[in-house]
Design a protein around this ligand. Sequence first.
Ligand code: CTP
Ligand code: CA
Length: 218
Amino acid sequence: LTAPAARQTLAGRHVLVTAGPTHEAIDPVRYLANRSSGKQGFAIAAACAARGARVTLIAGPVTLPTPGGVDRVNVESARDMANAVAQALPADAAVMVAAVADWQVEAAPSKLKKGDGPPTLTLLPNPDILAMLGKSPRRPRLLVGFAAETDDVLAHATAKRIAKNADWIVANDVSGDVMGGDRNSVHLVTADGIDHWADAPKSDVAGRLADRIADALA
Ligand code: CTP
Ligand code: CA
């Protein structure tokens, strides 16, 4: 089954998308991660490509197939992701869907042994890729962040939009089974206010967002 071809409303645009979790090494065999499946970010990359954009998808470790017409760059850690984003610029729009780990681990160079007892992990802050783009002279014209929250979704999303100098924040409540699931219920937070979108398959949310991106860049 193939979806009907979308109108080429993003032809000639370069859209950068980050997706998935990041893995932060503890030692050569262990890592710190999170529950992001990458599904929403991959769907957004696919929707932008279907509308004619050149899409660079910077993907953390997930097993999802690469959507047709998308250039994929695989990364592991938040630092790798930050470097890959910088390499992929300039872009007309960037959609930062990745659940970037907030901390990296002061990693051990060789495998920690159980017999030595539970290690104490030292965590260091990771670069905030969205905030870096927000401040950059190479900031894409349209900068979109995501905010996965379990409490006070709209207040946190509104604060993040301003703090990170993003144009839009797509806010979603992840207290249910959104992470890993196939549906999403989001709120689009912009300078003009908040749009509440009905619960829908992640592919529909992606299509609707890609249409809004095309309108904003037109
Ligand atoms: N983000 C990023 N780099 C990071 C952390 C987050 O680019 N190191 C981006 C995410 O991709 C997302 C947005 O910032 O688009 C918000 O991420 P989120 O985790 O909700 O916000 P944080 O600022 O990390 O705050 P907290 O996790 O404490 O809620
Ligand atoms: Ca975070």
